[in-house]
Design a protein around this ligand. Sequence first.
Ligand code: UDP
Ligand code: MG
Length: 139
Amino acid sequence: MSGNRTFTMIKPDAVIAGNTGGITKMIEAAGFKIIAMKKTQLSAALAGKFYEVHKARPFYGELVAYMSSGAIVPMILEKENAVEDFRKLIGATDPKKAEPGTIRAVFAKSIDANAIHGSDSDANAEIEGSFFFSQFERF
Ligand code: UDP
Ligand code: MG
């Protein structure tokens, strides 16, 4: 199934705002099947580990604090060309630059509290999906 799965998580701003349903509706309407999903909250230590690739970037500390500040909804998604198509569906990191109709254009509050994560490669989709789900939790 290489190339057909990606990982996403709805971030704390969107969960708190009550947009979990609106976002999963857009994901399914775009043709993605939800293979695994749960609601959970990251400790600062785990959020730091998840975003370790960004450790050197100036926003790392704030990102870790924000991502551990409330509930999140991680999911594994399936569709042909999943990683690339899902990045298109979520739009640019900064919602002001996101294409109209993308999830971030509709739901994101700011460049940091930007509603949703999407993996940037097949390899990272596998790593990030495995961070939250075991094989037995995948449909
Ligand atoms: N981020 C931030 N400030 C920035 C850039 C990124 O707070 O200037 C946060 C934002 O939540 C983003 C995450 O760090 O989603 C990861 O950054 P990346 O560049 O990987 O963006 P993404 O892949 O999420 O579009
Ligand atoms: Mg990224």
